[in-house]
Every structure is written in structure tokens, then in C-alpha cells.
Design a protein around this ligand. Structure first.
Ligand code: TRP
Ligand code: ZN
Length: 886
């Protein structure tokens, strides 16, 4: 049977077509009679005409609805026979003539759905015996007929009836009203959410769950019950998520003046989930992997993820729930802002520099690739076929950078005034980016219209620099030119308003006085023209430029500098981001040199200078271990392929792989004493604590281990055998697998034996193997797909093995096309069940044009195969692949 997501070449939805809804919904009453095969949903909607509707004439009452079996419908208590309704795949319409125009009216309907058959995990579905919902963006229409759009906001009352023994917990948004027993072993619960909300924030959960409980008192003294619901047995793995939640609640009060607004806040962990987590009002639903943690089963990276995702979803309570989006084109209004907020939270809780660097690595790795390829779109797109395809790195991460630039341009005080104004002015409303920016203009008195283009124009700006120093005039002039390359559908680009944080260094490495901030003398320049000259007076010596400090704007700086200048900044730049950046740039230029040597044939010789410079920073005792660990990580293959494309060259996966392998071995040999010293210093067993300082020590130790494993497999095997926490155990396993060490097979077998009952760790076990640098990997993958634990319908498992493989640059881009065919086969299979997942994973093909013609032909064939009509590709997958192929 085909799911309902396969309409042929559907028409796009356009931002320009936005019109207010003709009708509004004031209150919603829902009753769920839960049964796996046949759940009855009774809806009563108190409705009226929208006084702000643009059209005067009476409009048909058109509800969204998909895959619903209509049992009955009525208006103001009068049954509506089916003959009076128009029902198609996507909607139900009541003719205008039947709809009261001058008075409020009551729409009632009964529908039936089958949650157990819902494998798309959108709407009401089941995961391991429990019921749960996912309504963002348009899942509510799979529950009942509704005006399923974010500018229709209503107060909800919900009654849930279910079997008492299999579903002791019955949850929905807001506050509990009542609960009690029903005949035949059933029971019910009633909930009321007093805050008006759009349908995408509705949630229901029912199942055998137990709560890990705590309390929080808000700044104004209101008590809040906090509950994290998990399956029995997992309740002792919730402490970190709970602790993160309380810290996030406090932080939001202090940083944004945002207090929680209900007496109860719940998080539910679910194993089958399409994304990370969801901010449903008062009832956040999470992918279990972002809730559950214990030292034995979770790595430091998992702890960081839990902390930031718990915070992200909690922060949505104000930026998303209280103030929501008028339409889905404004998605970045809630997501970009909320990501910026969670990034600041993480930086405040942990190391500012290390997390800024991590965020930029992620932005460059995912968003820059998106912006440079066929799927490039502005943070506020102008059209979509399937909105679920627009939960992208551009909407989220670039969106966060844009809010960060406003913070930088206005400074912290005005920024806070602007968000205060935004949250109070639009509280309870569905807002737009224009309304958001207007608050920043009002509090600052500045014209930010040019800045608005960051949201409406796709593509990463390229900056070109030229410097001139006049010793006589003691004047340094920096010329900056900006240019945005064309992107699909946007041939012409306008100049952007770009904040540039810069500093100048003297020959002794000390910052020069330029009237900037703090000891580092960081100054914010504002680039607005296509080309602009910035003049610095009273500069006594020829300075070294430290440009784009803290990565003050999401741009690409096209600038060739000597390795000696990189080494100088790597030693002296007081801006920790730029110091790391100099090292990264040095690593890239070293890899470029090695790639060229390898392509020319013969034995590569490069890398010695980089090894020396890196050795010196490792010896610098003033640097935090976490920061040194970041310096030790050389650029991933993906980054090298992307920069080759930026330079107009063909990316060569074989040469990139060989160069990376060669550099890793060279660094291991040249830095062996320093690496062993770091390992010895930070490798001593200590009781596990997830705090940033301890995690930093483990990060450095395990970065050292990664290099040393290539020289000595026994070294990593010993750590694997004796590890007292999952961070050390997983790092040792990765090191063995990545080094192709002979000890890897035994370690993988042990890991599986130890952890096969733990879904998150099984995911990791599959992921490690998918990332292995093995020539015969595709054969190995085929075998893994037949493994009894490969429960491929579960998104986490599918992402681990298939998504993991596609992130294995060398093997996914194998010259014979075997990697492309393998991935396409599985994406095609998944598309029949869960189009959100298939379409998301298919984005791994977006970079295909970076490679040679043979690879391009193979990739094209694999994509065309997924699009074959008889496969009935979903609208989601169709939109992604047809754009990639265009
Ligand atoms: N709004 C969610 C978040 O914070 C993400 C989300 C969108 C989502 N669609 C989803 C989560 C579907 C799960 C399933 O960021
Ligand atoms: Zn979000």
C-alpha cells in the first residue's frame, strides 16, 4: 500500500500568495479513544469568520485533512451529509452557503485513524507500544480536519481514553484537569492548555511511562512541576536532562527575562522520532538519544547534545510558542532565534571559544555546502513543495548567525531591549521577520533594511581583501570587496550589511591600539557597499591583520596568506576563534599541498611545517585542553572537497583520503612525544563528571589516542578494555576502527556483545562501521543491512548506518558508483514508509557536481533511479532530487 505522500508533480506554495485565513478557531475540544488499529477522534471547534480576512464575499470553509476516515460531521449540531461536503486527498470543504457568516458557529466531526500503521511518524503514531504525536509542520491534519496553519491559534481541551494497563500515562498540553476509570479496563485523562497555540504545537502521549520528577521555582516565585517521562528501566538515566532543564529555565529568566508560564513542564523520550526533539507547549517530545544518559552509556558529546537540545526546546516556549510564526516561510523566525539562544546558553555553561568553534565547524560543514549547491535557498524561502524539506542548516544555523549579527551590530543592551519589545509586542501572536526586525530598528533608531537581505537572499558572500600600509603616514588601509555568487533562481545579488570584527597585531604579537574593545582591541567594521576602504591611523608598524574575529559574519574570506603568517597568528592571535582559524587554515593549505603531490604521483613530502607549528601550540600550557583538542582535529574530507569546489577545481576523493591518511601518520610520528605526554597527563582515571573541564581533558586525551592508534593498535585496545566510561570506550573503538587496526574487529564484537540491548549504543556500533576507511566497505555494509539488529524502519538506526555511510566521503564517493547505488537503494526503500527521512538523507547527494564526470554520471543514474515513476517517489523526495538534478 502506498502512503499518502505521492501526489504527482505538485504545485509549489508561494510566500507571495499568503492571505489571512477566512475563518478562525477560538477553542478546540478533542476526544481521543485510543486503539492501535482504529482510534476515534472527536473534534469540536468553536469558529467564526475572520474579521481581518481580505475577501468580503462568503468563503467556503476548507479544512486540511489527510488519510482520515470521516465518520460524521455537523455544523451547530446539524449533521452534514457527505453529499454536502467536498472531500479530496488533502481537504474537506463546506460550501460557503452552509456556513454562518454573521455569528460564531460550532464545527464537530468524528474521524478514525490507525496509529499502528503510521510509519511516517507524522500525526498520531506508535513507538514500541506507546502512542505519540508529531504535528510540526503539518501533521495535525492527519489527526482531524483542521485549519492546519500557524496563524490559526486556539485554546485546547483534550480528553484521552485508553487501555489502563498498557497506557497508564495519558498526557497532553497544559495542565491536568481530571482523570478516572472507565469500564472494560480503560481510563481517561483531561487536559486544558489556556495558552492559545497553533495546531503544530499540539501533543498527545499515552503509554507505559514513568516520570523522573523535580521542581523549579520561577524568578517571581511560582512553583513548576518538572517531569521527564521514560520507559520503565530508563528512569535513572534522566538526571542530566533534568539538570539541563533547570539551568535552561534559569538562564532564560536571566538572559531574556522569560519565565515559564504553566504549573507543569513535561519531556517525553521516544525511540522512533524523525528529528531531534519538538517544542509542543508544556509537553516537549524528544528523540530518546537526546534525553537518556549515564556515564557508562553516554559520551561527552551526548551530554553536550542533551544540554543544548533540552535548552533549545525549552527556549521555544517563548520564541516559537508564545510568539509563533505567521506562516512556514517565517520558520527561521523561531528556529534561527532559538538556535542562537541555545548556542549562547551552551557558551555560557561551557567554554565560549570551544563552542563557538564547534558551531562554526558545523555551519561551514553543512550550511555552506547547502548554500553553494543546487538546494541553496534563502533563510526565508519564497516557495516550497514540501515544508518538511526546509528544516535546513540554512533556516536553523544561518538563521542563528543572522540573529548573532544583530547582537553584534547593536550590542548586548540594545539587543535585549529589542527582544523584550518583540516578545511583549507580539505575545500570543503569529509574527513575521519584518515585525521582528522592526523591533531592532525601533530600539536602536537604525535603518536595518539592507540587513534584511540576509533573510531573503541565498548564497554565502565571498569577501576579497587587500591591504596597504604607508609607514610615513602611519596609515593602514584595508579594502574589503563583497560578492555573492548566483544561486538557483537568484542570478543577481545585492550587497549585504556585514559586521566585521577585526584586530591588528604588531610584529611582537601584541595587539595594536585601534580604538577597539578590550585587550584584544577588536573593532567592528560595517561593510555595506560592494567595496569599501577602512582606514586605521597612527599605526606605527606594518600590522598583521586578524580578520573576522569570532567569525562575526557567515562569509567566506578569499585570501591567500603565507604559512608563516598562519603560524604567527596561531601563536599570537588573542582572539581564540581566529587563533584556531589560523591553525585550521594552515592544515587546509598543508592538505592541499599533499593532495597536489599525490595527484602528481610519487611520495608526498609536505606537512613538516604544520607539524612544527602544531607541536608548539600543544606545548603552550596557557591553552585549555578542550581547545587543544580542537586544534588537533584536522579538516574532514568534506571540507577539503568543498574548498576545492570553491576554488573551481574538481574534488578528488581518493587523493583527499590519501592526503589525510598521510598527514595523520606524519603528525603521529612527529608529535609522538607531545601526544604521549598529553595522554599521560590527562589519561589518568578520574571519576566521571560531564562538566566542561573534565570533558575537555578527555577530549585532548582521546584526540591524542586517535593519532597514536595509527602507530600502535594495542595502545587503543588497552583503553578500550579498561575504559570506565563510554566517552573513553567509544573513543578507543573509533580510534581502532579509523586506524584500520587489527584489534578493531575484536573490539567491535565485544562492544556489540556488551551493549546490544541499548538502542543508542547499537546505533553507534553501526555508525562506527559505516565510517570505517575500508576499501571493501560496501560489501561490509551489505552484510550489516542483513544484521538482525538493523531495524531500518527506526530513523535513528537508518541514519546511523545509511546516513553514516554517506558521511564517509571516500567510500560514498567511490569511483565505481557502488556507494551511490547502495545509498539510493536504501533511500528508495525508506521513501515508501517515511518520506521525511528519505528526503533528508537524500540531501547527501547535493554535492555531486563537485566531482569528476564519471562520478557525476554514477550519481545521476542513482538519483534518477530513485525518481523512477514506478517507484512512486514521495513529494518530499521528489522535491529534493529534482532540485539536485536540475
Ligand atoms: N521544531 C523542532 C525543533 O526544534 C523541529 C521539528 C520540526 C521536528 N519538524 C519536526 C521534530 C518533525 C520532529 C519531527 O527544532
Ligand atoms: Zn527548534
Amino acid at each position: 500500500m502506498r502512503p499518502d505522500d505521492s501526489a504527482p508533480t505538485p504545485a509549489p506554495v508561494l510566500l507571495a500568495d499568503y492571505a489571512p485565513p477566512p475563518y478562525l478557531i477560538d477553542t478546540v475540544r478533542l476526544t481521543f479513544e485510543l486503539e492501535p488499529q482504529a482510534t476515534r477522534v472527536t473534534a469540536a471547534l468553536a469558529m467564526r469568520r475572520n474579521p481581518a480576512a481580505l475577501v468580503e464575499a462568503p468563503q467556503d470553509l476548507r479544512f486540511d485533512g489527510r488519510s482520515l476516515k470521516l465518520i460524521a460531521a455537523s455544523l451547530d449540531g446539524r449533521p452534514l451529509p457527505a453529499a454536502n461536503l467536498r472531500i479530496d486527498e488533502e481537504s474537506l470543504s463546506v460550501p460557503a452557503a452552509l456556513v454562518p457568516q454573521d455569528a460564531p458557529f460550532l464545527w464537530e466531526c468524528v474521524t478514525e485513524i490507525a496509529p499502528v500503521d503510521n510509519l511516517a511518524l507524522e500525526g498520531l503514531y506508535m513507538s514500541k507500544g506507546m502512542y505519540c504525536t508529531q504535528c510540526e509542520a503539518q501533521g495535525f491534519r492527519k489527526i482531524t480536519y483542521f485549519l492546519d496553519r500557524p496563524d490559526v491559534m486556539a485554546a485546547y481541551e483534550v480528553r484521552i481514553e485508553a487501555d489502563k494497563s498498557s497506557c497508564p500515562a495519558l498526557l497532553s498540553n497544559g495542565d491536568p484537569l481530571a482523570r478516572g476509570d472507565l469500564p472494560e479496563g480503560r481510563h481517561f485523562a483531561e487536559w486544558r492548555d489556556p495558552h492559545r497555540k497553533p495546531s503544530y504545537l499540539f501533543a498527545l502521549v499515552a503509554g507505559n511511562l514513568i516520570a523522573h520528577e523535580d521542581r523549579f521555582t520561577t524568578a517571581s516565585g511560582k512553583p513548576v512541576d518538572l517531569r521527564i517521562y521514560v520507559r520503565p528501566g530508563d528512569e535513572n538515566r534522566c538526571a542530566y536532562a533534568m539538570d539541563s532543564l533547570k539551568r535552561a529555565m534559569r538562564w532564560d529568566e536571566e538572559a531574556y527575562g522569560c519565565e515559564y508560564d504553566l504549573g507543569l513542564f513535561m519531556i517525553v523520550a521516544v525511540d522512533d522520532f524523525n528529528m531531534g526533539a519538538m517544542e509542543n507547549k508544556g509537553l516537549n517530545i524528544f528523540n530518546s538519544k537526546y534525553v537518556l544518559a549515564s556515564p557508562e552509556t553516554a559520551t561527552d558529546a551526548t551530554y553536550v547534545n542533551i544540554e543544548s537540545i533540552v535548552a533549545h526546546e525549552y527556549f521555544h516556549n517563548w520564541t516559537g510558542d508564545r510568539v509563533t510564526c505567521r506562516d512556514w516561510f517565517q520558520l527561521t523566525l523561531k528556529e534561527g532565534l532559538t538556535v542562537f539562544r541555545d548556542q549562547c546558553f551552551t557558551q555560557d555553561q561551557r567554554s565560549r571559544a570551544a563552542h563557538r568553534i564547534a558551531d562554526v565547524i558545523a555551519l561551514r560543514g553543512r550550511q555552506f555546502a547547502e548554500d553553494a549547491g543546487p538546494l541553496a535557498h534563502p533563510p526565508r524561502p519564497r516557495s516550497y513543495l514540501e515544508i518538511n524539506n526546509f528544516y535546513t542548516a540554512t533556516v536553523y544555523e544561518k538563521g542563528a548567525e543572522i540573529v548573532g549579527m544583530l547582537h553584534r551590530l547593536l550590542g548586548p543592551e540594545l539587543y535585549r531591549k529589542a527582544t523584550d519589545l518583540y516578545l511583549s509586542r507580539h505575545d500570543g501572536e503569529a509574527a513575521t521577520l519584518e515585525q521582528f526586525l522592526a523591533c531592532f530598528e525601533e530600539v536602536s533608531g537604525r535603518d536595518l533594511q539592507q540587513f534584511f537581505r540576509w533573510w531573503t537572499q541565498a548564497g554565502t558572500p565571498r569577501l576579497k581583501l587587500s591591504e596597504a600600509y604607508d609607514p610615513e603616514a602611519r596609515r593602514y588601509a584595508l579594502t574589503v570587496a563583497q560578492q555573492v555568487p548566483p544561486t538557483p533562481g537568484e542570478p543577481k545579488k545585492e550587497p549585504l550589511h556585514v559586521p566585521l570584527a577585526v584586530g591588528l597585531l604588531g610584529a611582537n604579537g601584541a595587539p595594536l591600539e585601534i580604538g577597539g574593545e578590550g585587550e584584544a582591541q577588536t573593532k567592528i567594521l560595517e561593510l555595506t557597499a560592494p567595496e569599501q576602504v577602512f582606514v586605521f591611523e597612527e599605526i606605527a608598524e606594518k600590522p598583521t591583520l586578524s580578520f573576522l574575529r569570532d567569525f562575526s559574519a557567515p562569509v567566506i574570506v578569499e585570501r591567500e596568506v603565507e604559512d608563516s603568517e598562519r603560524a604567527f597568528l596561531l601563536t599570537h592571535d588573542p582572539d581564540p576563534f581566529n587563533r584556531w582559524e589560523a591553525g585550521r587554515d594552515f592544515a587546509r593549505s598543508t592538505l592541499r599541498g599533499l593532495i597536489r603531490e599525490i595527484q602528481a604521483g610519487g611520495d608526498p613530502t609536505g606537512g613538516e611545517d604544520y607539524a612544527r607549528a602544531l607541536g608548539a601550540t600543544l606545548a603552550d600550557s596557557r591553552l585549555e585542553p578542550a581547545y587543544k583538542a580542537l586544534l588537533l582535529a584536522t579538516p574532514p574530507a568534506e571540507e577539503m572537497a568543498s574548498e576545492a569546489a570553491q576554488r573551481g577545481e574538481t574534488a578528488d576523493p581518493e587523493a583527499i583520503h590519501a592526503a589525510k591518511t598521510r598527514l595523520a601518520r606524519l603528525l603521529a610520528r612527529r608529535l609522538e612525544p607531545e601526544l604521549r605526554a598529553a595522554y599521560a597527563e590527562f589519561g589518568a582515571p578520574e571519576p566521571y563528571s560531564p562538566d566542561a573541564a573534565s570533558a575537555g581533558r578527555r577530549a585532548l586525551k582521546n584526540a591524542a589516542l586517535g593519532y597514536l592508534a595509527a602507530l600502535d593498535g594495542d595502545f587503543a585496545a588497552r583503553q578500550f578494555d579498561s575504559a570506565a566510561n563510554m566517552t573513553d570506550e567509544a573513543a578507543a573503538l573509533s580510534a581502532l576502527v579509523a586506524a584500520g587496526a587489527p584489534q578493531a574487529e575484536a573490539a567491535l564484537a565485544r562492544f556489540h556483545e556488551r551493549w546490544r540491548k541499548d538502542p543508542q549504543l547499537l546505533d553507534d556500533w553501526f555508525l562506527r562501521q559505516a565510517l570505517a576507511p575500508r576499501a571493501d566497505l560496501v560489501e561490509r555494509m551489505e552484510a550489516l543491512t542483513r544484521h538482525p539488529d538493523f531495524e531500518w524502519r527506526t530513523p535513528n538506526r537508518f541514519r546511523a548506518l545509511i546516513g553514516g555511510f554517506m558521511a564517509n566521503h571516500w567510500r560514498f564517493h567511490a569511483a565505481d558508483g557502488s556507494g551511490y547505488r547502495f545509498a539510493a537503494h536504501w533511500i528508495g526503500r525508506m521513501d515508501l514508509l517515511n518520506p521525511q527521512i528519505s528526503a533528508r538523507i537524500a540531501k547527501g547527494f547535493e554535492t555531486w557536481q563537485r566531482y569528476d564526470e564519471t562520478r557525476q554520471a554514477q550519481a545521476r543514474a542513482a538519483m534518477n533511479d530513485m525518481l523512477r515513476a514506478e517507484r512512486k517517489p514521495s513529494k518530499n523526495l521528489y522535491e529534493i532530487l529534482s532540485k539536485i538534478l536540475e
